[in-house]
Write a protein that binds this ligand. Structure first.
Ligand code: BES
Ligand code: ZN
Length: 787
């Protein structure tokens, strides 16, 4: 797997590209020419090499540019080398180090794989239409034009596109000029700033847009297919606010004149931060009050904030090589919360950071075969396979911890210094740590190294009695304590004002405190570790929980720490259930996520053991009882945001515990439903999921019919969840066979497979289906190794 490669940038450093492309939507082919101006820096040789993949380079001219005269050097042979994504130009003469201009003519195919140049299908006015779009990260620019396709090879670009006349065409920078002939328009875009190839982008086809401006005059537009333009307002509004927030936070203004957001009907991931031309999966950008749940609306805001953060962190300053991609993504996944907290303070988004980012990744990082945040990438083909929760969520969690360790102001100052120093250039992760060290004088490199290069995370055993406190740390292991292997030591920020020691970086520590009854380590769960206490101290903590002393983060942290530790065998499960008693009056949605998650997981550990499943039901029903009464089915007027988020969780738990009035309400609502819009967006998951679990052939048919005529991508996904949730064995195969049918878009396959695996009645069949269809999967989504 790990094929190490030589970087082409070592030999040739591009400075400026003039790229002309003519994509033809009818033949699904494109032709182009590119002139690459740059410097050859390696020893004299008779070869120049560029990246290309699935292109045919048909003509090549090499010009040596010298002060007085330029000299054309004859190219003997063009070798389109498929095996290593290269085109090699062999020359008659030696090529000495110096300035060159290389002109290439090439052609290629527009294929549906959702990378390189690809089509997006949609229906408008009952006619089938196509947008043509690009996705170049991580190494797909080479599928569109020959180039040095490495993040370090930053250059400026003049893009010239020939496209059908009368259709909008957008790229990274504003239009410089346009020329029309009878059928086509040739658009020249303004020269881009110095940037990496993976950030180049364009889209053309039938789209409309909404437009506004930031305070500093940046023009912001949100594009979508004609029927969806009405739903772009929310993303547009968030984008403007984010740009203004980041201008201020980073202390550097967004450097382009405009910023476009584009919702694409077919999209491989969630969104892509192309500089000035950000592309999105439709359900990550569009908000339609009739169809969008609060959760999805919040997610749209988060995705917009994430991609806009990259305009600085990633685009202006870029990792030298893919090994440091975790920092790019981890950082954006953290600062998106900072932006959203400023824009929507009522969302209490930092609480959700703990429940949605940090807590889930603890689960995978507790496995023996987890991997460190920093993993060397030898070939960009490897990126998708390690690009998982560890990079995004553990990455953002350790940055969160660093922010807490340094303090908000020094952190921001370090960051401003880093961006200013390295703008329009490339860095390694240690350049960021170095910037923080210079500004804060703290040993950031050493601190962060421990958290990013060691797999897993620690658990602290705290023994608090009288005025003494004993601490021990070891690696948290889901398979149970392993005293022979779990010796790693982390520098743990204790985050407790009742305690003198700041960083706990030995295997054990004995200390005294005058206020031991006030001790709760890891304030607001900002540190990436778990803590368990002795029983007496849990009794104290329980009293404090009941008197409402703790923040939501602390409440969810205490509960999650004890449940996960009991699942791993560090403390008895009964202790976890006793602590749960102190959450009788819990009203916070994020804390309830933890409660619900644990109950569901414990139930699933017992799999098909019907006795235990039945016995858990009354416990769950009792737990949700008071919130069920308080929230009901209908939102109260001006209810707090977290209540709206909580309602589906409570109803879902109640339905899973067969609470009779909830079940009958669900079936009434489902029977009465003719169209998806007959049910409030927030309640669709619960009503459809429950109806499917208990459903028969008639129910199945109803879902399939709704799915196949639905054009909204969020609604389709919720319907897919329902279709994959049936318990009756004969309804599982038809759900699985939908996946390979025309009814499911390539971009949505992953949802279907994940939902089917999540259904305990379908698990076995899904695994068999998975094996039988492996060839098909490989052919259709083979480049997505995350699968
Ligand atoms: N740059 C990534 C998308 C990406 C990463 C494309 C690696 C190709 C290779 C983008 O910024 C991103 O992180 N998108 C996320 C959504 C985000 C809100 C977490 C995604 O697509 O899932
Ligand atoms: Zn990202």
């Amino acid at each position: 797997m790990s094929k190490s490669i030589k970087h082409l940038y070592a030999d040739f450093k591009p400075e400026h590209y003039v790229l002309q492309l003519t994509p033809d939507r009818d033949t699904m082919k494109f032709t182009g020419t590119v002139t690459i101006h740059g410097k050859k820096t390696s020893r004299p040789s008779r070869r120049l090499t560029f990246h290309q993949k699935n292109l045919r380079v048909t003509k090549a001219t090499v010009i040596r540019r010298q002060k007085k005269l330029s000299e054309t050097i004859k190219v003997d042979r063009i070798n389109n080398h498929a095996g290593c994504d290269e085109v090699r130009l062999h020359t008659e003469q030696d090529l000495y180090p110096g300035e060159y201009s290389v002109e290439l003519e090439f052609s290629g195919k527009i294929t549906p794989a959702m990378d390189g140049i690809y089509p997006c299908n949609f229906v408008h006015d009952k006619k089938e239409k196509k947008l043509i779009a690009t996705q170049f990260e991580s190494h797909h620019a080479r599928e569109a034009f020959p180039c040095v396709d490495e993040p370090e090879a930053k250059a400026t670009f003049d893009l010239i596109l020939t496209t059908p006349k009368g259709e909008p065409v957008i790229a990274n920078t504003p239009v410089h000029s346009q020329k029309h002939d009878s059928k086509t328009t040739t658009t020249t875009f303004e020269t881009t700033p110095k940037m990496s190839t993976y950030l180049l982008a364009f889209v053309f086809g039938e789209m409309d847009f909404k437009e506004t401006k930031t305070k500093t005059g940046t023009i912001v537009r949100a594009y979508a297919t004609p029927d969806n333009t009405a739903h772009t307002g929310f993303a547009l509004d968030v984008a403007v606010k984010c740009l203004e927030f980041y201008n201020d936070y980073f202390g550097l203004d967004y450097p382009l004149e405009k910023c476009d957001l584009v919702a694409l009907p077919d999209f491989a991931s969630g969104a892509m931060e192309n500089w000035g031309c950000i592309t999105f999966r439709e359900q990550c950008m569009l908000v339609d009050p009739k169809n969008t749940s609060v959760g999805t609306k919040q997610f749209v805001a988060m995705v917009v904030a994430h991609e806009l953060a990259h305009q600085w962190f990633g685009n202006l300053v870029t990792m030298r090589w893919w090994t440091d991609l975790w920092l790019n993504e981890g950082f954006a996944s953290w600062i998106e919360y900072m932006a959203i907290d400023t824009i929507f303070p009522e969302w209490n988004i930092w609480t959700q950071f703990i429940s949605d980012e940090q807590q889930p990744v603890f689960k995978s990082d507790a496995l023996k075969n987890t991997h460190p945040v920093e993993v060397p990438i030898h070939h960009p083909d490897e990126i998708r396979s390690i690009f998982d929760a560890i990079s995004y969520q553990k990455g953002s969690s350790v940055i969160h911890m660093l922010h807490e360790y340094l303090g908000a102001k020094p952190f921001r100052e370090g960051l401003r210094y880093y961006l200013k120093k390295h703008q329009f250039s490339n860095t390694d992760t240690v350049d960021l740590w170095a910037a923080f060290e210079e500004v804060t004088k703290k040993p950031v490199r050493k601190f962060m190294q421990a958290w990013t290069s060691t797999p897993g995370f620690p658990i602290i055993h705290a023994d608090v009695s009288g005025d003494s406190v004993g601490l021990k740390q070891s690696r948290f292991n889901l398979a149970g304590p392993d005293s022979t292997h779990d010796h790693q030591i982390w520098p743990i920020p204790l985050l407790s004002s009742e305690f003198d020691a700041q960083i706990f970086d030995t295997s054990s520590l004995q200390s005294k405190s005058t206020s031991t009854n006030k001790i709760k380590f890891n304030a607001n769960q900002a540190g990436f570790y778990r803590t368990v206490y002795n029983n007496d101290h849990y009794a104290t903590l329980a009293r404090r929980l009941e008197s409402g002393e703790f923040s939501a983060q602390d409440r969810l942290g205490l509960l999650s720490d004890i449940f996960e530790s009991s699942k791993a065998g560090y403390v008895p499960l009964s202790n976890a259930f006793s602590l749960l008693d102190s959450y009788k009056n819990e009203q916070n949605a994020a804390v309830w996520d933890i409660i619900a998650g644990n109950l569901v997981e414990i139930r699933s550990v017992f799999g098909d053991n019907e006795i235990i499943r039945q016995k858990l039901k009354p416990t769950i029903a009792r737990l949700v009882n008071s919130e069920l009464k308080r929230l009901g089915w209908k939102p109260a007027k001006n209810e707090p945001y977290f209540d709206t988020l909580l309602r589906p969780t409570i109803l879902g738990l109640a339905a899973s515990a067969d609470v009779p009035p909830v079940l009958s309400d669900i079936s009434q609502r489902f029977e009465a439903m003719k169209l998806p819009t007959d049910i409030e967006p927030d309640l669709r998951s619960v009503i459809w999921g429950t109806s499917a679990r208990n459903g028969d052939d008639k129910t199945f048919k109803k879902f399939i019919k709704l799915h196949n005529s639905e054009s909204n991508s969020e609604v389709r996904t919720t319907l897919a969840m329902a279709i994959c949730s049936f318990e009756q064995p004969h309804l599982i195969d038809p759900a699985l066979s939908m996946i390979t049918s025309k009814q499911v878009r390539l971009q949505d396959i992953t949802y279907w497979v994940a939902y089917s695996f999540a259904n305990r009645h379908a698990k076995e069949k899904t695994w068999k289906w998975f094996q039988a269809n492996w060839k098909w999967l490989e052919k259709n989504i083979g480049s997505d190794l995350s699968f």
